[in-house]
Design a protein around this ligand. Structure first.
Ligand code: PLP
Ligand code: COI
Length: 355
């Protein structure tokens, strides 16, 4: 399969003020589009083409039964204008893990990854340079057969759109307050919790809205069986520093195996910390806060990067973390990770690629 390039007549105007980008509102000039049709022998077309609306049958399977998954990664500009990506091969591999769970055709990982590199090279002027900004990359995969019976699709679109972004949370790097959800659940073992499928996010909206109404920016999910054990936050994994040790929920099948999570675990171990992945109950965290050993809490994610948590609200009780500010280790991990991503710190982990 060749990668074709379809030029657009006129380029869009780029955002004037990069400090006002926010998250995911502006899109670049081009998108990548791959098409699959079982009847045509599989993947049959790949194009970098103008960013444009899709034309799909209202009967398309994705609209009815949500056969969809996506990914989130970023391209960064270094101080000397080079373009970097962070572990993109892991995102593409994870997309295939999601696709497998959703009975979608396997993605040709190497071809897709190289096509994404080409797209980023074409769109490199869309990568913002103001500190804390980057170009968010959103691969999206949908089943499109015009058919309303329930089955896996035989025709697919796999596309990638790009959006220059600033901080994911409106509060920037200020610690967020998180509502611990005790009524709704996001995922259960055996379900799709470990995938990045749109359905997981649809199922989480109601709890998110109710948390917002109560004045909290995010929801912390507990396990779907006992409502006791900590899972993850809406768009990030979560970590605790308790009595000098770093704890994070183990990958149990119902949470996303975050690439930032994995990176932070490895960086913290390199810094000499003990990092334990295990089941953590909310009671354990509440007890640690009571006896003064809950030192820091932070979330990890591509969009959220390393995000300090200042307070957890659980069953009407406020659990304060440290002094409510950004913890020392949280800040150090943020600086180390973004240092590697923006090329300020040498990458001896083999995580980055210069395009
Ligand atoms: N958990 C959920 C539900 C997410 O949406 C994300 C964001 O991608 C993460 C965790 C963090 O994953 P990653 O670090 O790979 O971005
Ligand atoms: C990401 O961090 O890439 C996410 O997917 C978060 C979110 C916008 C769903």
């Amino acid at each position: 399969m060749n990668l074709e390039f379809v030029k657009r007549e006129q380029l869009k105007e780029k955002p004037q003020d990069e400090t006002k980008l926010g998250f995911g509102k502006v899109f670049s000039d081009y998108m990548l589009m791959l098409r699959y049709d079982e009847a045509k022998g599989g993947w049959y077309e790949a194009k970098i083409e103008p960013f444009q609306n899709l034309s799909l049958s209202p009967a398309s399977l994705v609209f009815h039964y949500a056969q969809e998954c996506f990914e989130g990664m970023k391209a960064y500009k270094t101080a000397d204008g080079e373009v970097m990506m962070f572990r993109p091969w892991d995102n593409i591999h994870r997309m295939n893990v999601s696709a497998e769970r959703l009975c979608m055709a396997p993605i040709p990982e190497e071809f897709f990854l190289n096509a994404i590199y080409e797209l980023i090279k074409v769109e490199k002027d869309w990568i913002p340079t103001t500190p804390g900004t980057s170009l968010y990359i959103r691969p999206t995969y949908i089943g499109i057969d015009p058919f309303v019976g329930v089955r896996a699709a035989s025709q697919y679109m796999l596309y990638v759109i790009l959006s220059p972004v600033g901080a994911y949370y409106a509060s920037g790097l200020a610690p967020v307050s998180i509502y611990v959800e005790s009524q709704y659940v996001r995922a259960v073992k055996g379900g799709t919790g470990y995938t990045k499928c749109g359905g997981n996010y649809a199922a989480s909206l109601k709890a998110g809205e109710e948390a917002h109404q109560r004045g909290y920016s995010q929801v912390l999910w507990l396990d779907g069986r006992e409502n006791k054990y900590i899972e993850e936050v809406g768009a990030m994994n979560i970590m605790f520093k308790i009595n000098g040790e770093i704890l994070t929920p183990e990958l149990n099948g119902s949470i996303l195996a975050g690439i930032t999570r994995d990176s932070i675990i490895k960086l913290a171990r390199k810094m000499g910390y003990t990092v334990t992945e295990r089941r953590i109950s909310m009671q354990e965290v509440a007890d640690a806060a009571k006896n003064g050993t809950l030192e820091e809490v932070w979330g990890t994610g591509t969009a959220a990067v390393v995000s300090p948590v200042g307070e957890l609200i659980w069953n009407g009780e406020s659990i304060k973390v440290g002094d409510g500010g950004m913890g020392k280790l949280t800040e150090e991990l943020y600086n180390t990770l973004t240092g590697i991503q923006y090329g300020r710190i040498a990458d001896d982990m083999g995580w980055t690629i210069k395009l």
